[in-house]
Design a binder for this molecule. Structure first.
Ligand code: BG6
Length: 511
């Protein structure tokens, strides 16, 4: 039966018309897990609050633990109260929660999948969801292949409406396993049904890089090796591994951040302009530039990658434990919580420009940015006297937390002499637009419901990313790790990271 919804905010109702998905069932595998509670359900709630959800929808939890629909609703209410971007409102919650259901099953039991199918069909008829299905695999990577296979066996890979599958990261753990996973997926689903999440692409400030680069005429002529000296991408986190010790200890910073988020930031910054702003054209160009990243050889890996692991220290005045004493972490772990490295892109636009990437846990600040540093002017009219230190221009995309773009340039200090110093021209989302941006998962879930894969990574992108990372993982197995821990929590990473970039006559940006 179609439910009539109360429009809670007439202004937002107008927005819904522009991007209105069809009625659908969203099935969450791993419904009782951390991701569902922290990200997925709060994102769906916010979409409901903003009137972006279709008039009818079912959120169906599918997991092993015994639960009733009511249990699930109560559990998710707590999660939304804790993690939602917008404050939970009773009226919105009451209507939202009526759409939450639970199907209990072992994830390896095909009978459970068949039951799920019958349940979805019943909802299609009774609630009007028209056979549209979105499966969200919020489960550890080792469970994915089997779930995919059983979805196929239970014939849940097609339906009267659309069937789409969203896969949470990590997508494989090296090139070979990613290729295998793609192969398995393609046996059951068509690529057009597959949505691989990299939630960084759902961030507003990342999407704005497309607009900044391709909707403005002044940049294209200087966006290349002739004018750009180097690019630094930083993903700095204050958090440690939190409750994810087991996953993280098997993964490490290179797999957790560089392989996906940092390389996608790199791709969006360096890709060629697409012929049209369509999912295929944009992803073609990203895949192309990712394939042009030069794989590092053993010697380059030794010289151009730095690993770190935090020891105990303090973040914002609070003492925190060292990585090796975190829950579920091997006390002698050699897993890196920090990486710094240098890459090159072998194409006409970028030949010779170094790309410095760094990421770490328990650093002093949470900050993600892409900094483009330009060449100095050809003549130093002002720097000769030793009074003025000329600094290169830089353009910085602040991805988070303070989303914006800033351009640093030299300026005359007011006065009778010619002293100069750098100043910033700043654009900040909050001051220009006032509104807080939606969370990445809100955007991505809505896009998946609308069938827009532009902000999801295609199979060839993921494989190109692993082709860059896998040789590093393999070389690191052979090169003994540094004496870990080699940086204190709350500092900017190991000394070796500074020495490595100084070796190129450069330094990391001070954040
Ligand atoms: C996830 C990583 O993909 O991204 C986490 O697994 C990391 O380890 C997180 O903390 C960072 O995301 P955000 O959106 O907080 O920058």
């Amino acid at each position: 039966m179609l439910e009539t919804r109360t429009v809670l905010n007439p202004l937002r109702e107008g927005m819904r018309v522009a991007r209105a998905p069809e009625p659908t069932s969203i099935v969450i595998f791993g419904a009782t897990g951390d991701l569902a509670r922290r990200k997925l359900v709060p994102a769906l709630y916010n979409l409901a609050d903003d009137n972006y959800l279709p008039p009818v929808y079912n959120i169906v939890g599918f997991a092993r633990k015994p639960r009733t629909d009511e249990d699930m609703r109560a559990e998710y209410k707590k999660a939304v109260a804790e993690f939602s971007r917008q404050k939970i409102q009773d009226q919105v919650w009451d209507s939202f929660s009526q759409n939450i259901f639970y199907v209990q099953s072992n994830l390896d039991d095909v009978e459970g999948y068949k039951r799920l199918k019958r349940e979805l069909e019943r909802m299609d008829t009774e609630r009007g969801t028209a056979g549209n299905r979105l499966f969200y695999l919020a489960v550890p990577p080792e469970l994915m292949p089997q779930i995919i296979e059983l979805l196929g066996q239970a014939e849940l890979n097609h339906s009267a409406g659309y069937t789409r599958i969203i896969l949470e990261k990590p997508f494989g753990r090296d090139l070979q396993s990613a290729v295998q996973l793609n192969h398995r997926l393609h046996q059951v689903f068509d690529e057009s049904q597959i949505y691989r999440i990299d939630h960084y692409l759902g961030k507003e400030a990342v999407q704005n890089i497309f607009v900044f680069r391709f909707a403005n005429g002044i940049l294209e002529p200087i966006w290349n090796r002739t004018y750009i000296n180097n690019i630094q991408i930083t993903v700095a986190e204050t958090v440690g591994v939190e409750q994810r010790g087991e996953y993280y200890d098997n993964s490490g910073a290179l797999r957790d951040i560089i392989q996906n988020h940092a390389l996608q930031l790199l791709a969006v910054t360096t890709m060629e302009p697409p012929a049209e702003f369509t999912p295929n054209d944009v992803r073609d160009e990203k895949a192309q530039v990712l394939r042009a990243i030069r794989p590092l050889n053993f010697e380059e890996i030794r010289q151009s990658t730095v690993r770190g692991q935090y020891g105990e220290g303090a973040i914002g005045g609070i003492r925190v434990a060292g990585y090796r004493t975190e829950p579920e972490v091997n006390p002698e772990s050699a897993t890196e919580t920090y990486v710094a490295m240098k890459l090159h892109i072998d194409n006409w636009r970028w030949a010779g420009v170094p790309f410095y990437l760094r990421t770490g846990k328990h650093l002093p600040k949470r900050l993600t940015e892409i900094a483009i540093e330009f060449n100095l002017p050809p003549l130093m009219l002002f720097g000769k006297d030793g009074v003025n230190q000329m600094e290169p221009n830089s353009l910085v995309f602040n991805i988070q937390p303070d989303e914006g773009i800033s351009l640093k340039f030299e300026s005359k200090i007011p006065g009778q002499d010619n002293r100069i110093r750098p100043v910033n021209m700043d654009f900040r989302y909050t001051s220009s637009f006032g509104e807080a941006a939606p969370e990445a998962y809100e955007r991505l879930l809505l896009d998946a419901m609308l069938g827009d894969p532009m902000l999801f990574t295609r199979y060839d992108e993921v494989e190109a990313q692993w082709a860059v990372i896998t040789p590093i993982l393999e070389a690191w197995k052979k090169i003994p790790p540094p004496a870990f821990p080699n940086y204190d929590a709350g500092t900017w990473g190991p000394k070796a990271a500074d020495e490595f970039i100084q070796g190129d006559g450069r330094k990391w940006r001070r954040l």
